[in-house]
Design a protein around this ligand. Structure first.
Ligand SMILES: C=CC1=C(C)c2cc3[nH]c(cc4nc(cc5[nH]c(cc1n2)c(C)c5CCC(=O)O)C(CCC(=O)O)=C4C)c(C)c3C=C
Ligand SMILES: [Fe+2]
Ligand SMILES: [Fe+2]
Length: 344
């Protein structure tokens, strides 16, 4: 039957439908390590109210007067030391793209499932990817913020941005967001495997292993952010899975920013104290980071390692994040399938 016969206008627009989108989202990354790229990235990041909760009246003069003049240069240098030179991009970008490509391959039999990736800050932007998915016919979209432990500064800001994209859409897709998965047995098992595999490559054994999580200001915790408890639970379950005593696996918090008190114990201070008090061999892993990035490769693998050795430690190793490894992809695929139930 032609359009005229059912009284459809002959210029009826093409509207695609019937697909399900999966959007993996990580934090973000600058386009380059130069001053301009770093400044653009940090400006977008540090004007996010979910990240810096201070009043704009107080924060913007500090941000535009001091932070954005000095920090881009300093952080740009740090990025240079961990840049993926082969692809001229950060590893966070490389791993996030790889994760999406591998996940897409695992859904290749379901041709109606469309997998893609985005960054909360920088490119590719969440809103652009959501628009692309909607135009491609995704009536349902699962947004997957790649953070095992929920924090308003990370998970919520990704979700905010995804929901913002719907504001301008005529035919809005249904939206689901992946919740925290800090205690998921597949995630805990993948972390345990990564530790066991890494330690088996060493000719020494650490006296203790530190699980170092990105910190948040104490004030965010006091307002009810569940992040702290979820970090501790991940480590407790990991310890149970490994069959280790309490003292062998500890929790610390890294990457403080600004003058406020953040969650304690601090990673840098703990590493220094351990070395000074006579601990000779440690390992650090970052269970809260799905992919290696500045905060794991530079702050932990480079800086914390140097601090430990400089203060009397003898052996240090950084256990890589799950990244696009088989263990890591098992977690991403498992969580995706679990959250897509009823949709595929
Ligand atoms: C008040 C500021 C910040 C909060 C709160 C915060 C929470 C938070 N961040 C991550 C994960 C990452 N953060 C990364 C870099 C980074 N974080 C902040 C500030 C806060 N983070 C800044 C200013 C920066 C940029 C670098 C710097 O200037 O020091 C990254 C790395 C990104 C990369 O490209 O490599 C990640 C990942 C979590 C999980 C979290 C709360 C739980
Ligand atoms: Fe951060
Ligand atoms: Fe807690």
């Amino acid at each position: 039957m032609n359009a005229a016969a059912v009284h459809l206008p002959s210029d009826h627009p093409e509207v695609r439908f019937g697909k399900v989108g999966v959007l993996l989202v990580n934090l973000g990354t600058p386009d380059g390590t130069d001053y301009k790229s770093m400044r653009r990235y940090l400006a977008e990041f540090l004007t996010d109210k979910r990240v810096i909760e201070w009043s704009r009246l107080f924060w913007y003069p500090i941000l535009y007067g001091i932070v954005l003049n000095r920090r881009p240069q300093k952080v740009g240098k740090a990025y240079e030391s961990i840049w993926n030179k082969d692809l001229d991009e950060s590893y966070l970008r490389t791993y996030t793209r790889n994760q999406a490509e591998i996940l897409a391959e695992r859904f290749k039999d379901m041709t109606h499932v469309h997998v893609d990736w985005a960054m909360r800050y920088g490119q590719p932007a969440i809103q652009a990817k959501m628009n692309e998915m909607q135009k491609a016919g995704c009536e349902k979209i699962l947004v997957f913020p790649l953070y095992p432990q929920y924090a308003a500064a990370t998970t919520a800001t990704v979700n905010d941005e995804a929901f913002k994209a719907l504001l301008k859409m005529r035919w809005q897709p249904a939206l689901r967001t992946v919740p925290r998965y800090h205690d998921d047995p597949v995630y805990i098992d993948a972390l345990a495997n990564s530790i066991e595999k890494h330690l088996a490559t060493l000719d020494w054994e650490p006296e203790l292993v530190i699980t170092s999580y990105h910190g948040i200001p104490m004030s965010y915790f006091k307002k009810g952010d569940p992040y702290h408890c979820q970090c501790y639970k991940t480590t407790r379950l990991l310890r149970d899975r490994l069959g280790w005593p309490k003292e062998k696996l500890m929790v610390t918090f890294q990457s403080r920013f600004g003058p406020e008190e953040w969650l304690q114990p601090y990673t840098d201070k703990t590493v220094e104290k351990l070395a000074k008090e006579g601990t000779k061999r440690i390992a650090i892993l970052n269970p809260g980071f799905v992919s290696d990035c500045l905060e794991t490769l530079e702050e932990i693998a480079e800086e914390a390692g140097e601090d430990f050795l400089h203060n009397g430690g003898e052996k240090f190793t950084h256990i890589p994040c799950l990244n696009d490894s088989e263990d890591g992809m098992r977690v991403i695929e498992h969580i995706t399938r679990q959250e897509l139930k009823g949709w595929i």
